[in-house]
Design a protein around this ligand. Structure first.
Ligand code: TXA
Ligand code: MG
Length: 331
């Protein structure tokens, strides 16, 4: 066992919080069965307590300690788990009594996934308890996809950041709720992510949930309109020509491929240009780089960031979802 792994396990057992890498984004971890430890997560993140946390299981067997899978969706749950776990798919299921209410913010359901990150898995296995972990950013800010980004978000507030390098996917997990349905199961996507609508369509009818609030609870509060927001205003336009720069202001361009033909590069004398997929021009590269590039632009002292849209299909849907949320004024 590496030193970082054993240090993390020791701290988690003591009821402390530690930042850990996952394949999606970095998480701020606590023992999910220790309510006091979970309270520290909310404190470090300055997160409103109405926002429930994702619970990460170390094995499929551990799922039964955390959730009670209703019979009518059991088969679909099993199929989804064998297709996507360990990996970036989170299932919302009725919670077991062992899960403290603080974890689910009093909701009867718990969001569960098994992370595929090697370091995270080693820690979960050694700890023996499921790990509650939201993204390791301060509330409403950009999710960290590198150890250095966690340092900027939470440095000095938590005892340990385990640096596992850059995250493989770069976007938070896809969150779904499963309904038995009459003929086929219905898979409600509560948050778009690395597992796409198309991939889920093999397992049922897929509905992207637009409705955000049920009984005063936000259904997936990552769905709060403004989220993942840089401090610098982020602007998006349907057509590049709609961008009308104000004189004397410094604008940065968040370009997709850094290509001239998209029409954005020639629009203006940008103070800074960052591309989402400069290498392959493909969406997985864009997803991996999105939060990193947003952070770089946010730290550049610009008056505003102009974001070029990406295609709104497949993984592009999840990227556009994050960009649209980042573009909304949090106030
Ligand atoms: O990829 C990920 O999911 C990362 C890594 C660390 O695993 N975690 C993450 O957690 O993104 P967080 O807390 O930043 O976002 C979790 C989302 C929130 O929008 C939360 O509201 C939703 O999951 N959620 C958690 N429990 C829920 C529940 N019982 N019902 C509906 N939504 C829930
Ligand atoms: Mg988050």
């Amino acid at each position: 066992m590496s030193e970082a792994v054993s240090e993390a396990v020791t701290l988690l057992k003591q009821g402390e919080v530690v930042a850990l890498p996952t394949e999606t984004v970095y998480g701020l971890a606590a023992d999910a069965f220790n309510a006091e430890a979970v309270a520290k997560v909310f404190e470090a993140k300055e997160r409103p307590s109405f926002d429930p946390l994702i619970v990460h299981v170390a094995s499929v067997e551990q799922l039964s300690e955390v959730a009670v899978v209703p019979e009518e969706i059991e088969k679909t749950v099993q199929k989804l788990i064998s297709a996507f776990w360990p990996g970036p798919l989170t299932l919302v299921l009725p919670k077991s009594d062992k899960v403290p209410d603080l974890v689910t913010s009093g909701l009867p359901d718990v969001a569960v996934r098994q992370s595929g990150n090697k370091i995270f898995r080693a820690i979960g296995k050694e700890l023996g308890s499921p790990i509650a972990a939201p993204s390791a950013n301060r509330f409403g800010r950009i999710s960290p996809t590198a150890g250095s980004a966690v340092m900027k978000e939470l440095g000095g507030r938590i005892p340990l950041i385990v640096d596992g390098g850059a995250c493989r996917d770069g976007l938070e997990s896809t969150i779904v709720r499963i309904e038995a349905g009459e003929k086929r199961p219905i898979i409600h996507i509560l948050r778009l992510g690395p597992v796409t609508k198309k991939e889920l369509q093999n397992f049922g009818r897929v509905v992207i949930e637009k409705k955000r609030v049920i009984d005063d609870h936000v259904q997936a509060p990552g769905q709060l309109a403004s989220h993942y927001a840089p401090v610098t205003p982020l602007l998006m336009f349907d057509k590049p020509q709609d961008f009308k720069p104000e004189p004397g202001k410094k604008y940065g361009l968040l370009s997709h491929k850094g290509e001239k033909k998209a029409g954005y590069l020639d629009l203006h004398e940008w103070a800074m240009v960052e591309s989402l997929s400069p290498g392959s021009g493909k969406l997985p590269e864009a997803a991996v780089r999105l939060f990193h590039v947003l952070r770089v632009l946010d730290e550049a002292g610009l008056d505003a960031i102009v974001a070029e849209p990406v295609s709104d299909t497949g993984l592009g849907q999840a990227i556009m979802d994050r960009l649209r949320r980042a573009a909304i004024d949090p106030a």
